[in-house]
Design a protein around this ligand. Structure first.
Ligand code: ATP
Ligand code: DP6
Length: 384
């Protein structure tokens, strides 16, 4: 290849949502292929509030595959990254861009290196499913770059090999990861159950108790559970006992607040769930329930007095308006919820929650055409 022809760079940028499981994946029957021991179901969260953006580039001038995560170079040596790259490369198709004079044959993709730059707009490895959005975005962006023609089900089975929960992030709305039966994992794929419009007034409120990196990863946590627990089918309990760790109390008081309220109503208003960490995820059946929930949460878990409300409740702030809370004065004026007994003064937990994220079901992966959103320079293929 002449020096002139080494100059071209081809890039694609994609954005992919994260997801929260309502029926959890917990435990693998195959650690390498990442095959689960049960089906799982999740809600995809609105990428406007929580998402990964990944730019990928290919150029004959690159001499190795490289990745930058949240601005820092990140090794691609791990087996999970290598497997995703290999699977996508093996499905690459001929690509022609006559205007730019680029022609890449299926065979040539095998020897071309890629650059990857990714950014999570939320804390990484803190129990907010960064690996789910991250691997889904990596696989989706690479598939677009390499002109892969396979369907989303196949892409989900590749993302699964990066991180199990990632396979569900290939779809908007509500997704199911079918565990499958085959030893080679070919039938362990995710499917969409319903799109994001199916239940469009569902509101998800995440109490971020700690955005520090987790002390135990999901991978290690579920391996320990499978190896040591005879009660894996009761894993919800096991997760809470083993992995709340230091921030256990924040999560515990949130459960207690939600339970008390649900019991006082005719039917449950809010469901709650935890992934492998202390952050509580609450799912309100509609906006009215979400506003009432937020009033309760802000009453029991007010921010420190010097905090700024707009950074304490982030995401879909319209729920704050529905709750009638405009500023810190409104937070301080919130009365104890009616289900709290008049005789015992309600206990409040100031500062126990770092912040709340209000969000809703969202759309699946998209390609971003706006050049300003790209993380790699289109001329050089290096981070901007
Ligand atoms: N944008 C990204 N692109 C590629 N890989 C990512 C990205 N973000 C996170 N990861 C990978 O995921 C790992 C973090 O996954 P981990 O399961 O420990 O935490 P989490 O996904 O944030 O939490 P959980 O899965 O328990 O909800 C990172 O170390 C990195 O390898
Ligand atoms: C508690 C969970 O969030 C576990 C997620 O585990 P990961 O998908 O992060 O684990 P690996 O497959 O080892 O990468 C439940 C769920 O998302 O279903």
């Amino acid at each position: 290849m002449g020096e002139e022809s080494k100059k071209w760079v081809l890039t694609v940028t994609a954005q992919t949502p994260t997801n929260i499981a309502v029926i959890k994946y917990w435990g693998k029957r195959d650690e390498n292929l990442i095959l689960p021991i049960n089906d799982s179901i999740s809600v995809t969260l609105d990428p406007e509030h929580l998402c990964t953006t990944t730019s990928v580039a290919v150029s004959p001038s690159f001499d190795q595959d490289r990745m930058w995560l949240n601005g820092k170079e990140f090794s691609l040596a791990g087996g999970r990254y290598q497997r995703c790259l290999k699977e996508i490369r093996s499905r690459a198709c001929d690509y022609v861009d006559e205007k730019k004079g680029i022609k890449i044959t299926k065979k040539e993709w095998e020897n071309l290196h890629v650059h990857i730059a990714s950014y999570n707009n939320f804390p990484t490895a803190a129990g907010l499913a960064s690996s789910a959005a991250g691997f889904a975005c990596l696989v989706f962006a690479l598939a677009k770059l390499m002109n892969v023609k396979d369907d989303l089900g196949t892409l989900s089975s590749i993302a699964r090999q990066g991180s199990g929960s990632a396979c569900r992030s290939l779809y908007g709305g509500f997704a199911k990861w079918i565990m499958g039966k085959n030893d080679n994992g070919s039938d362990s794929i995710a499917v969409q159950l319903a799109d994001e419009k199916h239940w469009d007034d569902l509101v998800i409120v995440i109490a971020v108790v700690s955005s520090r990196q987790k002390e135990t990863s999901s991978t290690t946590g579920m391996r320990d559970s499978v190896e040591t627990s005879m009660l894996i089918q009761h894993r919800a309990k096991i997760v809470s006992v083993n992995y709340f760790g230091r921030n256990f109390l924040g999560g515990f008081w949130i459960i207690s607040c939600v339970e008390k309220w649900n019991r006082s109503e005719e039917s449950p208003q809010v469901a709650y769930t935890f992934d492998a960490g202390p952050n509580a995820v609450m799912i309100a059946r509609n906006r009215k329930a979400a506003a009432l929930l937020l009033q309760r949460l802000l009453f029991f878990f007010p921010p420190h007095s010097d905090a700024d409300l707009s950074s304490y409740v982030i995401g879909d702030k319209s729920i704050l308006q529905d709750a009638g809370v405009k500023d810190m004065k409104d937070v301080e004026a919130l009365p104890p919820p009616p289900e709290v007994s008049d005789k015992i003064p309600a206990q409040q937990y100031k500062g126990d929650v770092s912040y709340f994220i209000c969000t809703r079901p969202g759309k699946g992966p998209v390609v971003l055409c706006d050049e300003s959103k790209a993380l790699l320079n289109p001329e050089t293929g290096y981070p901007k």
